[in-house]
Design a binder for this molecule. Structure first.
Ligand code: ZN
Length: 252
């Protein structure tokens, strides 16, 4: 409820709630709800939807699903569990390396930076190919702790392959302010990826990736301006897993 109230205070017309999905076998358990909390989550979102309707705020019910090749059947079962408005597919792991976890940063010494970025983009491409999601979450999350995407031919090739997979799967990329709150202090994704995606006609959806009510709507103007600088005029919104494109000038 606090998130929806924050959205009202920001003057938003619509907010999507997308908690981290349950995962099997205690996978990354600290960061997500348990499977038996899913019904409570849905009831809470429905309560918020009912409370916000008279105030004119549309509340969408989504999920941030992890993509991991070992769990696609499980994710598939979650997708049919409820009539979601949208499902974000996020890569937080390369194999068993939780690269966005502050306690797992020493693994960079094992990976070369080029190899890590290629493996990351390959994992994101696989998440698009899985055909499960509506939006790719924070599409260059690997930079979170400051490991910028290197300007190396093999990394460009992997990035291009990932974007081609996203285009083919006809899904959207998230543009997220969360990176501004992290050591990298940069929007996800960086602007050169926005340029490439714009050329391919890949749609974007704005997300604040709020993990606290005060994050709701964070740097929305900056994210939308970044899109507009690259001649993107519309952003994606979702209802019942159908995408509709809304003019940026109507969103802000
Ligand atoms: Zn995430």
């Amino acid at each position: 409820m606090e998130y929806a109230e924050a959205a009202l205070r920001c003057g938003l017309h619509e907010i999507g709630i997308s908690d981290h999905c349950p995962m099997p076998h205690g996978f990354d358990a600290e960061w997500r709800m348990e499977a038996d909390e899913l019904d409570g989550y849905l009831e809470e979102v429905q309560r918020v939807q009912a409370a916000m309707q008279p105030q004119g705020l549309i509340v969408r019910c989504g999920l941030e699903a992890d993509f991991h090749p070992s769990a696609t059947d499980y994710i598939q079962s979650l997708l049919t569990y409820h009539n979601w408005d949208y499902v974000i597919g996020s890569v937080h792991f390369i194999d068993d390396w939780g690269f966005d976890n502050p306690d797992e940063q020493t693994a960079w010494e094992r990976w070369g930076i080029n190899e890590a970025w290629c493996a990351y983009f390959d994992a994101v491409a696989a998440s698009a190919n899985a055909g499960l999601f509506d939006i790719i979450g924070h599409p260059d999350l690997l930079k979170k702790y400051g490991h910028k995407q290197p300007n190396h031919a093999m990394v460009h090739v992997a990035e291009n392959r990932m974007l081609a997979a996203v285009k083919l799967a006809n899904i959207a990329l998230e543009i997220s302010a969360a990176g501004l709150r992290k050591p990298i202090a940069e929007i996800y994704p960086r602007s050169s990826m926005v340029v490439k995606a714009a050329k391919l006609g890949i749609p974007f959806a704005y997300g604040s990736d709020a993990h606290a009510p005060q994050d709701v709507g964070h740097a929305m103007q900056e994210c939308l301006q970044c899109l507009q600088q690259h001649n993107i005029t519309h952003v994606a919104q979702f209802s019942g897993r159908k995408r509709c494109m809304q003019e940026i000038t109507h969103v802000r």
